[in-house]
Design a protein around this ligand. Structure first.
Ligand SMILES: [Zn+2]
Length: 69
């Protein structure tokens, strides 16, 4: 898996998937419906390992980059 360390945007979008029950979109703070299509991504923290997040497909659009890498 290729990764570039020059990527300064720590918020990454990875792939489309189904959200586990009870996930909340960190972009709009609204819950994601169970089994709704969403985008899985990670948010890197300074104090620990990256956290997996699920965003609505619409909310994840600014982070879509996997198509070019
Ligand atoms: Zn959202």
């Amino acid at each position: 898996m290729a990764r570039t360390t020059s990527d300064t945007d720590a918020r990454r979008d990875e792939y489309a998937t189904f959200a586990p029950t009870g996930e909340t979109c960190p972009e709009c703070d609204k819950p994601i419906a169970a089994l709704a299509m969403c985008r899985r991504g990670t948010v890197e923290r300074q104090s620990g390992p990256p956290v997996v997040v699920y965003r609505h497909s619409e909310c994840a659009k600014p982070y879509l980059r996997t198509a070019t890498r």
